[in-house]
Design a protein around this ligand. Structure first.
Ligand code: G1P
Length: 291
C-alpha cells in the first residue's frame, strides 16, 4: 500500500505562445472557458479528488493566478452590501484555505521536468500529483481520483493516457505498452517524448495528469536534456525503468486540449451544451450558422 496522495503540483510557468496575442499580458492558465479560467478546472478536479495542498510553479507575469485563488476582500464587501449571494458564492467557490496553497517560481523555461523539480522541497518525500491546466477533462469521477484508485496497488510513476491519431504522436509522450492490457492500467516497457510518426512505439499518449513517486526528483536532479533541448518528465520515467514501474491509466471521460485553439473552442462548446442556461442558445446558434 502506498501513501495517500495529498499534494498536487500545477506547473503554470509556460509562456503560452500558442495563444498570442491574448497571452502577451495575461497567463494562459487564466484564459476562460465560459466563466472560469482553465486553471480553475484543474484545481477543482484536484480538490474533488481529495488534494489538500496545492503547489503552483509559476513565473514572471503570473500574479493573476495568485490573486484568483485568494480571498478578495473588496469584491466580497461590495457583493455582500448588494446582497448578491449568487455572485458571492461564485467568487468564493474555489478560494483555497490559508496555508493550503504555496507558490514557487521556475526562473527559466527549461521544460516540464524542470518545472516539477522546482517543487521538490515543497513536495518532500511522498507521492504526489501533477496536473497540467491545458488538459481540461470532463468526467463523472474526476480523472485524478480514477488514477488514485489504482495507484495504491502499483506505485511507481503513473500518467493518464488516451489513444491519439498516429499523425498526432509527435505532440505527446508516447508509451511502448507491455503485453496485453488488463483493465484500464497498462504497464510501459519504454516511453518516448514527442516521437516522430515513423518511430512512435504506439498511439497511447500521456495526458496532463500524473501521480509521481518522490524518487523522481533524484532523476530530474541530473538535468538530462531531451526533446526540444528541455528537461522532460517523460525521459525521467524512461530512465527510472525497470526499478520504478510506469503505468498509463486509460481514464473514463473526455479530454479537451486547451493548449490549442481548436481544442479550446471544442471545450467551450461542449461545456456550453452541458449547461442549462446556455444549451438552447448554443444549439440554436449552431443550427442557424449551419444553414
Ligand atoms: C506535455 C508533456 C507530454 C504530454 C503532454 C500532455 O507536453 O511533455 O509528454 O503528452 O504534456 O498534454 P506539452 O503539451 O506541454 O508540450
Amino acid at each position: 500500500m502506498t501513501k495517500r496522495i495529498r499534494k498536487a503540483v500545477f506547473p503554470v510557468a509556460g509562456l503560452g505562445t500558442r495563444f498570442l496575442p491574448a497571452t502577451k499580458s495575461m497567463p494562459k492558465e487564466m484564459l476562460t472557458v465560459i466563466d472560469k479560467p482553465l486553471i480553475y478546472y484543474a484545481v477543482e478536479e484536484a480538490k474533488k479528488s481529495g488534494i489538500e495542498e496545492f503547489i503552483f510553479v509559476t513565473g514572471r507575469g503570473k500574479e493573476a493566478i495568485e490573486d484568483f485563488f485568494d480571498y478578495s476582500y473588496e469584491l466580497n464587501a461590495i457583493l455582500g452590501k448588494r446582497g448578491n449571494q449568487e455572485d458571492l458564492d461564485a467568487v468564493n467557490a474555489l478560494v483555497l484555505d490559508p496555508g493550503q496553497v504555496v507558490y514557487t517560481r521556475q526562473q527559466e523555461p527549461l521544460g516540464l521536468g524542470h518545472a516539477i523539480w522546482c517543487a521538490r522541497h515543497l513536495v518532500g518525500n511522498e507521492p504526489f500529483a501533477v496536473l497540467l491546466a491545458d488538459d481540461l477533462i470532463v468526467s463523472k469521477k474526476p480523472c485524478l481520483q480514477q488514477m488514485m484508485d489504482f495507484y495504491g496497488t502499483v506505485g511507481g510513476n503513473m500518467a493518464a493516457v488516451m489513444d491519439v491519431p498516429k499523425e498526432s504522436t509527435s505532440g505527446y509522450g508516447i508509451l511502448d505498452v507491455e503485453g496485453p492490457q488488463k483493465g484500464p492500467l497498462m504497464r510501459a516497457r519504454g516511453l518516448v517524448e514527442k516521437p516522430s510518426v515513423d518511430v512512435a512505439p504506439s498511439t497511447t499518449a500521456i495526458i496532463g495528469r500524473y501521480i509521481l513517486t518522490p524518487e523522481i526528483f533524484g532523476e530530474l536532479e541530473k538535468k538530462h536534456k531531451g526533446a526540444g533541448g528541455e528537461i522532460q518528465i517523460t525521459d525521467a520515467f524512461q530512465r527510472m525503468l525497470p526499478s520504478y514501474a510506469f503505468h498509463g491509466c486509460a481514464f473514463e471521460g473526455e479530454r479537451f486540449d486547451c493548449g490549442n485553439k481548436a481544442g479550446f473552442l471544442k471545450a467551450t462548446l461542449a461545456l456550453s451544451l452541458a449547461r442549462d442556461d446556455l444549451k438552447n442558445v448554443t444549439l440554436e446558434f449552431m443550427k442557424r450558422i449551419k444553414e
